[in-house]
Design a protein around this ligand. Sequence first.
Ligand SMILES: Cc1cc2nc3c(=O)[nH]c(=O)nc-3n(C[C@H](O)[C@H](O)[C@H](O)COP(=O)(O)OP(=O)(O)OC[C@H]3O[C@@H](n4cnc5c(N)ncnc54)[C@H](O)[C@@H]3O)c2cc1C
Length: 594
Amino acid sequence: MAIYKAPLDDIKYLTNEFLDTSPLSDITEFSDMTADLTDAIFDEASNLGEKLLFPLNRSGDEQGCQLNDGEVTTPDGFKEAYQEMSEGGWGSFTCHLEFGGQGLPHYIANSVDEMIISSNISFSIYMGLTIGAYNAIHKFGTEQLKQQYLPNMVTGKWSGTMCLTESHCGTDLGLIRSKAIPQDDGSYFISGSKIFISAGEHDLTENIIHLVLARTPGAPDGIKGISLFLVPKINPNKDGSLGTANNVSCSGIEHKMGIKASATCSMEFDNSRGYLIGELNKGMKAMFVMMNSARLHVGIQGLALAQASYSSAVDYAKERLQGRALTGVKQPTKPADPLIVHPDVRRMLMTMKAYTEGSRALSSWLSLQLDISHCATDQATRHQADELVSLLTPIIKAFLTDIGEIVTSLGIQIYGGHGYIRENGVEQYLRDARICQLYEGANGIQALDLVGRKLPSHMGRSLRHFFHPVADFLEHHQANKELAAFVQPLAKSFSRLQNATLMIAQKGLKNPDEAGAAASDYLRLFGLVAMGYMWAQMAEQAHPKEGIMSKNFYDSKIKTGLFFMDRILPQTGSLLSAIMAGSKSTMALDEAFF
Ligand SMILES: Cc1cc2nc3c(=O)[nH]c(=O)nc-3n(C[C@H](O)[C@H](O)[C@H](O)COP(=O)(O)OP(=O)(O)OC[C@H]3O[C@@H](n4cnc5c(N)ncnc54)[C@H](O)[C@@H]3O)c2cc1C
C-alpha cells in the first residue's frame, strides 16, 4: 500500500538554514517567525496531512464527486476534514491580518501546502482556489467588496473559483464569449457557460465566490476586451447573512483521469449579478498579477506528488524481496535481497530523490523571492525580486510539473506490476500529477512565455538577475577543490544555457518559429541549470557539516547532489544539441502527411 511520510527534515533545513531570509528581517509581521514556531507549524501540518487527509486520498479517488439535481457532493469525510482544516486556519496562512488571515510568508505557507497536497491533492484544490480568488479580490477589489467577501473566505466559510475556460477557448482567452451587461446600480448581469471549473460547485461551504472573465458590450475584440467580475453563488445581505440565489448553476461534472475528488464543473451564469474587479477591459492584467503565485502553487503540486510517490517507493524497495545483489548476497537469512540493492532500482530511487529535493529547494527559494518582492522595505530589492519571480515562474510551473510526471511514473516502475494495480495506490499519483502539466497554462505555453516574454523583458535585465549570481558563485568557487564535483558540471551546463539563450535571441528575432520550436527544450535546460545551482549551494552548506542538521543529513545531501550532477544535469548537453538543430526538421513535413 502507498504510504505518505512528510519530508520534515528537508523542509526544516530549507527554512531554517538554506534560505537567506535577511531581506525580510525588518518586517514586523514576520518578526516572530522563529525556528521553534515554524518547526511547530510544520510538525502539525505533517500530522494533519498524514493522519487526516492521506486516509481520504484513496477513498476520494474511488468515490469521486457526484452531481444530483445541480448539487455536487464531495467524497465521504471531505466535509468533516474541510471543517477541521478551516477551523485550524490552514487555508488562510498568507491572507492578511486585517481580514482575519495569519499574514505568514509564502516560503513557510508553501511548505505547509506541499504536505497538504502530497496527502490529498484533490482536497487541497478546494482550499487553494479560495486563496487564488482571495488574492485577486484583495489586490483589485473595491474596499466594499473586500469587507463584504474576504473575511468569510479567510475563515473558509465561503470558497472561491477562477472561471476562465469556455468550451471553445482554453489557452486563447481572447475568444471568451461570456457577457457582462452594465446595470444602473454599477453592478453587471453576467451570462455565459464556463467549463472545467475546479470547485465550481460542492458541499463544503455555504457560498461560492466565482471570479469570472467576461466581455462588456462594445469591448475591444480579443484579450483587450476582457474584464474580471466577482459573482457570488448566493447574494450576501448587507449584514453578511445569505440572501437570494444568484442564478449560478452547475450543469455537469467531468469524469477524469485523476484528481477525481476535485469537482470539475460546467457552470452556467444566467443574468447573475456580478461586480467588476479591477479596471474595465483589464481583466487579463488582473489575472496575470495573480499568476505568479498560482503557477508557483501548481509547480508545488508537481513536487508534492513526486514526494508522495517517492515515500511509497522507498518503503516498497526496502520491503520487497526479489533476486540477489550483483555483488553477492546481502540478506542471507532471507529468501532474496530487497529491491533497493539493485543498481537499476537505485538509479530510479536516486533520480526520484534528487529531483524531489532539488524541486523543493527551487520552489522554497522562489517562494522567498515572492515574499521579498511583496514586502522588502527597500524598493530596488523588491523590484529585483519581482523580475526574478516573473522570469522563473514559467520554469517552476512547467519543469516541476514535468518532474511530477517523471517521478510518479518511476514510482510505479519500482513497484513493478504491483504499481499498475489500483489497490496499491501509487498509480493514482501519476494520474493526479498529469493535470498539473495542463492547467494554469499548459506547459508548452509556459515555455513560450519564457522565450517570448520573459527573456527579452527589460532588455534582458530579468535574465541577468539570475545569470549574474550563478556566474558569481562559479567564479567564487572555481578553485574550491571540495566543491569541484559540483562547480565544474554546473559551469558546463551554465555555459550551454548561455549559448542556447544567445541562439534563441538571434534566430528567434528573424524567425519566431525558431524560438517556438526550441522553447520547451530551452525551458527544461534552464530548469536543470537552476536546480543544479540549488544543489551546488546546498553542497556548499553541507561541506563543513556543522549546521543545524545531523551529519547524516548533510552527507545524504552531498551524495544526492552528486548524483544530480553526474546523472541528471548532463541532459543539458542533449538539450543544447536539440535546440541548436533549429526548427527546420520540426516544421518541414507538410500538414497533409501527418
Ligand atoms: C481538471 C481540470 C481542471 C481545470 N480547472 C480550471 C479552472 O478552475 N478554471 C478554469 O478557468 N479552467 C480550468 N481548467 C482549464 C485549463 O486551464 C485548460 O484546459 C488549459 O488552459 C488548456 O486549455 P485547453 O484545454 O482548451 O487546450 P488548448 O488551448 O486547446 O491547447 C491544446 C494544446 O495546444 C497547445 N497550444 C495551444 N495554443 C498554442 C499556441 N498558441 N502555441 C503553442 N501551443 C499551443 C497547448 O499547449 C496544449 O498542449 C481545468 C482543466 C482541467 C482538465
